[in-house]
Design a protein around this ligand. Sequence first.
Ligand SMILES: Nc1nc2c(ncn2[C@@H]2O[C@H](COP(=O)(O)OP(=O)(O)OP(=O)(O)O)[C@@H](O)[C@H]2O)c(=O)[nH]1
Ligand SMILES: [Mg+2]
Length: 375
Amino acid sequence: MIPRRLTTVARILFYLLAFSAGYLLAHFTSKPASSTHLQTQEQAHPVIATNTGINSVVIPQSPTEAAATTTRATKKLTQDEAANNSTPRANAAFVVLLQNKDLHDMRKTMQNLEAVFNRKHGYPYVFLNDVPFTEHFKTHIRLIPREHWSYPSFVNKTQAALNRQDMENRNVPYGESESYRHMCRYMSGFIFRHEMVQEYDYYWRVEPGVSFSCDLLDIDPFMLMKTKRYKYGFTIALPEFVDTIPTLWDTVKRFRKQHPEHISRRNSLEWISYDKGDTYNNCHFWSNFEIVDASFFRSKAYLDFFQFLDDTGGFFYERWGDAPVHSIAAALMLDRREIHFFNEIGYRHGMYEHCPESPELQLKCACDPKDNVGE
Ligand SMILES: Nc1nc2c(ncn2[C@@H]2O[C@H](COP(=O)(O)OP(=O)(O)OP(=O)(O)O)[C@@H](O)[C@H]2O)c(=O)[nH]1
Ligand SMILES: [Mg+2]
């Protein structure tokens, strides 16, 4: 008979050995999730480009540059593998609508996002386009379905073209652009229904060329959205060009009358109207940045709202932007506390910037609050 103490020692040794073997096995057999995403065809989500996507979309200028990019990405992965595997993550992704010409701007933005945030968190990127990507994009990207990026049958294209011409004559920004209108309608009503985006609960909209100026390694905006039950997150709010939305507010008023069940009891009407809803003050979240709980946009309330707007043809006859559409919907249909200002995310898109002012946040940022919109 084996003495009791020996059995205990043997048991402990056995557990230690089993644990070490398991650890080593796991370590050597598992590749970093991010690299398998890109390199194997039989993976679950073959069209997602993760942080290694930086390499996959690069058109190297010279062998030296190619080598440098590869090294950077490889180092980053090795260093952050552990963090990627252990940090709790939301079911979320960066979602980017872009064009072939945006390749280099997107690459810059991705490197920036990886550096300040995603190298620790490892969220995937989803790239969408309405026309085929070039060879460099192709293997990891899907097309937008034609029915999401085309005229509804009832829209009179001749009238729409006349209106575009008229807006161009009046120098309305993007007044002449047909593709811009498709883009705004797509962002308003379809992006969250794309098969690639459908699988995520949260998404962060990113545009090629935008930059992020604060260290976000210690926070995870997606997890914040989830734990605090926020539905819509923004960094910048601006007034919309009135000439792009002449009849939008009247349409919204009709919607409110027909669908009182979709209006939140604790809404933010006073934020978008100074006269209790009679007129729109044109204030909107600048939606080129938005972090959303996609269940809001997929809700019956929002889909009814989008359909109601779309049925008027206003996206094409006028030039309704996804920014006022999302903002009005959030203001009317969400509870006030579900809308969140991400003050800690320093963000720049073109000439406008959000840079946190507090000295505490400033320590983590490389931006000047004097450059803030409205300063
Ligand atoms: N695939 C595709 N993407 C588009 C099209 N038009 C715009 N986009 C993308 O949609 C996003 C928004 O378009 P922008 O032209 O930047 O519009 P904006 O942000 O309102 O305007 P800017 O202030 O000029 O940046 C960008 O990521 C564009 O690359 C298009 O016709 N096809
Ligand atoms: Mg833009």
